[in-house]
Ligand binder design. Structure first.
Ligand code: ADP
Length: 376
């Protein structure tokens, strides 16, 4: 298996965004050759071994992957049929097409949780928004195609019923959560499993994106243990190969409910690059190459903040304040190589490490104040 280090072996990655870019960064140390497929000729990975193509086209996915040894993903909205064809042609596909197909449909995801005793909020599936008969408040989610909160409607008053989204739908109870938390789990093809310590996520309500992420989460070891057990159980029951993020609600009563899963490197694991012994990106490569998994312990507390495009400007990106931020100790900017800034577009992130989480938080707030992402 170690022949994977041979220069003639290639891992094909569907998607060439920032997650692919950080995967590429990790691949250099292991001398693994990655190539990327993405519809955008200016995608963050377009500077590397890159092909332009449609991730949802059976033909494009097959043609791209047929000469690879392994094909993996950095986005789950891809052609499962194309992946199945690749498997039939002898290419290894991790995570499996079955798992990717499952996460593409939020309704099927929920059925997977209930069939496997994974705690999740009460739910019901409806063929269309016109048939929804459910007590208010509730959350309606389109079963397919949503991301970053697009495709989610919170219906907490009768007059909000007019905001229902059209299409096959998942309805679930509105969870009164204390915090959103995430655990990333990894599994290699030999079945070795480990988890990263839990992180806590604070969302920007306007952008519907994570604003700050805290590692460690600050919750009790009991909560951490519970989150890790749930993530391990999902990894086993879904035949995971690779890393998978489990986004969970920590309820006001101290219970954990799984919200959704993503079988790929995830926004909630960016801080592992500087904050943990092994990064989620290296761990993903180790998993799909069936190498021993790396230790996941925290080296130093960290806070991650997303660099989102300024809400009032669009155009060629500029980062005023960057010089000042670079003078701060333990502050690591990651720019994703996107030349155009748009309101709330994810342009990069900054990881801040310090000897205590409180100090890292304080410094992250300073960075947020100083560093801007504007379009000119
Ligand atoms: P996406 O796949 O677009 O990220 P999610 O299903 O994760 O969509 O929902 C986006 C956000 O909406 C969550 O991070 C959470 O803040 C909120 N949310 C989703 N489901 C519920 C729920 N059942 N109760 C309360 N808030 C929810």
């Amino acid at each position: 298996m170690n022949s994977i280090f041979s220069p003639n072996k290639t891992v094909g990655v569907l998607g060439g965004g920032q997650l692919g870019r950080m995967l590429y960064q990790a691949s250099i140390n292991l001398d693994v050759h990655l190539k990327f497929l993405d519809p955008d000729s200016n995608a963050p990975c377009s500077k590397y071994d890159f092909q332009q193509g449609d991730l949802n086209s059976v033909k494009d996915v097959f043609e791209f992957g047929k000469n690879c040894d392994i094909v993996t993903i950095e986005i789950e909205h891809v052609s499962v049929e194309g992946l199945r064809k690749l498997e039939a042609a002898g290419v290894k596909v991790f995570p499996t097409p079955d798992l990717i197909e499952m996460v593409q449909d939020k309704g099927v995801q929920k059925d997977f949780y209930s069939a496997n005793n994974i705690p999740t909020s009460k739910y019901q599936l409806f063929d269309s928004e016109l048939k929804i008969d459910w007590p208010i408040p509730f959350v309606q989610k389109l079963r397919k195609g949503g991301y970053d909160g697009k495709g989610v409607a919170v219906i907490n008053q009768k007059d909000k019923l007019q905001n229902l989204l059209p299409g096959p739908t998942l309805v679930e109870e509105l969870v009164e959560f204390e915090m959103e938390v995430s655990v990333i789990v990894a599994r290699n093809t030999s079945g070795e499993i480990n988890t990263f310590p839990m992180v806590a996520m604070e969302f920007d309500p306007e952008a519907n994106l994570v604003e700050f992420l805290y590692s460690p989460s600050g919750y009790s070891s009991e909560v951490e243990k519970q989150g890790s057990l749930i993530a391990r159980s999902i990894a086993k029951k879904s035949d995971l190969v690779g890393v998978l993020a489990v986004e969970m609600f920590l309820t006001k009563d101290g219970d954990i409910l799984v919200n959704e899963i993503a079988p790929r490197p995830h926004n909630s694991g960016h801080q592992t690059i500087e904050g943990n012994i092994t990064s989620q990106y290296e761990q993903h490569l180790r998993s799909i190459l069936n190498l021993p998994l790396g230790e996941t312990d925290i080296i130093m507390p960290s806070v991650m903040l997303n660099l989102l495009g300024d809400k009032n400007s669009s155009g060629k990106v500029a980062y005023p304040g960057m010089d000042e931020v670079l003078k701060l100790k333990g502050v690591y900017p990651h720019l994703y190589g996107k030349s155009i800034s748009k309101p709330f577009r994810k342009m990069g992130h900054v990881t801040v490490i310090d000897e205590s989480l409180a100090k890292a938080k304080e410094k992250a707030l300073r960075v947020k104040k100083i560093l801007k992402v504007i379009g000119k």
